[in-house]
Design a protein. Sequence first.
Length: 135
Amino acid sequence: CGETTPEEVRKLRAEGALELPVDPTPRVSERQAWLDAIDRAAGGRFPVRVDFVHALRVLPRIDAAGKTDSVPLLNLSMGDTDEFTVRIRNPRGRAATFATPRGEQAAVSVYDAAKDELVVTVPNLGGWQIATVFL
C-alpha cells in the first residue's frame, strides 16, 4: 500500500471517516461506529467483522489469491463468550469448519453471494481459549 494522497484524505474527511472522537473506553455504539468508519475508509475490505463486544483477538489469514482462508480467534478474557457470529468477506470456500485444540466440527454458516460474505456462527469459546474457522 502506498501513502494516502491529499485528495483521498479530503474525501475521507468529507465522508466523516476521520472525524470520530477518541474515547479510551468506548461504548458499544461508539465501537460499532469506529468499525464502520474504518471499514468505509478501507472500501469495505475488512476481511472479517465480529460485531460482538468481547476481549477477542481475530487474526484472519489471506491466501495468495486474496481470499480469506482461515480465521483464528483467541478469547483474551477469563470468561466464556456467548455464541456469536463472524462475517468473513471474500471467503475461499462457502462452508466452514470450526476447530479447537480438542477437535473440529462443521460450523453453521450461511453464504451471502450479494456481499461475497460467509456468516459463521461460533459456539461458546472458553476463557483464554483459541479456535479457528477454516474455509
